[in-house]
Write a protein that binds this ligand. Structure first.
Ligand SMILES: CC(C)(COP(=O)(O)OP(=O)(O)OC[C@H]1O[C@@H](n2cnc3c(N)ncnc32)[C@H](O)[C@@H]1OP(=O)(O)O)[C@@H](O)C(=O)NCCC(=O)NCCSC(=O)C[C@H](O)C(=O)O
Ligand SMILES: [Mg+2]
Length: 282
């Protein structure tokens, strides 16, 4: 993982919904994606922008990462959305439907200092994922699996087979450039088993967390994207055994009948760092 800040759960909140904006101050999410794009109707966009800017200014979101999803620059709202958050106390600005590194650069020119995030949800975005991740201010990818499915004209499958190439390309690009990558939303927000299966799939793929649409989805994402007790215990034992081996002049150790080399220690330390970061959040 490229960040010590946990991103197990990133909850979208429509910027127009005052009650949900208030409720989020007490929710156990690692990140909030304040949305001005698809969750806000065209006639509500300008008012939502004003409400969101005021809400963020008045604070109360603790150490949750605060990321604002603006409208695209090809809409009448995009540039004014970004301008409304210049100098605001936010942890990121998220541009939808990013096709290229040039689009990230356009965002960078519009807002100084703030970490930049890209919605990865178009066929061109998939093909240009490496170039997008390589932008020096790019901090994270958010997979937009609904838009991607729409553009690819895929049929829904619980195993997400038609989307796996795109998900894989984005994970590889994110890891190559050390940026966070968050999986797409699970639309059926009352289906816990389906959500858990998709979270497990994303975790297996190397995703850092899951984007969510409803508070009822938080616990499952927080659980699946956290290291398990067994993983923490193994990481500690690997480090202890490897350090002992090194002290004895050996380059490798054996734990539970499996070889432990330097590369496994990198993973073990990352597991413990993630665990510590989660404890710090809680
Ligand atoms: C999906 C919803 C429309 C459901 O809303 P509702 O029927 O009001 O839910 P509940 O009555 O069960 O709500 C219970 C309480 O929880 C609060 N609530 C609900 N959702 C949220 C939320 N996202 N954040 C914070 N709080 C929330 C309600 O206010 C209730 O509170 P209380 O009255 O105090 O009990 C709704 O959940 C919703 O709007 N979700 C967000 C949808 C969204 O943001 N969509 C856009 C992002 S996803 C996307 O764009 C995909 C991507 O781009 C892609 O291409 O894939
Ligand atoms: Mg989308």
């Amino acid at each position: 993982m490229s960040s010590t800040r946990p991103y197990r759960s990133a909850l979208y909140i429509p910027g127009s919904k005052e009650r949900a904006l208030e409720k989020a101050k007490g929710l156990a999410c690692d990140a909030i994606l304040f949305d001005l794009e698809d969750a806000v109707a065209p006639e509500a966009k300008v008012a939502a922008r004003t409400l969101l800017a005021q809400t963020i200014k008045s604070g109360g979101y603790g150490n949750r990462a605060k990321i604002v999803r603006v409208n695209g620059f090809d809409t009448e709202w995009g540039r004014d959305d970004v301008a409304a958050f210049v100098g605001a106390d936010i942890d990121g600005i998220l541009l939808p439907k990013v096709d290229s590194g040039a689009m990230v650069e356009e965002l960078a020119q519009a807002i100084p200092d703030v970490p930049l995030w890209a919605m990865m949800e178009t066929p061109l975005g998939m093909l240009n994922a490496a170039e997008i991740a390589a932008h020096p201010r790019l901090t994270g990818f958010v997979m937009g699996t609904n838009d991607l499915a729409k553009d690819l004209n895929t049929r829904f499958r619980a195993d997400r087979q038609p989307l796996l190439t795109g998900l894989g390309l984005c994970v590889i690009a994110a890891k190559a450039h050390g940026v966070v990558v968050l999986d797409g939303v699970y639309n059926a927000f009352k289906d816990d088993d389906g959500l858990r299966a998709e979270c497990e799939q994303g975790r297996d793929f190397g995703m850092d967390g899951k984007t969510l649409i409803h508070p009822a989805q938080l616990d499952i994402a927080n659980e699946v994207f956290a290291p398990t007790e067994a993983e923490i215990d193994l990481a500690q034992r690997q480090i202890t055994a490897f350090e002992a081996a090194q002290a004895a002049g050996e380059g490798v150790a054996v734990v539970d009948g499996k070889i432990v080399e330097n590369l496994h220690i990198v993973t073990a330390r990352a597991t413990l760092a993630k665990h510590d970061a989660i404890l710090a959040m809680e």
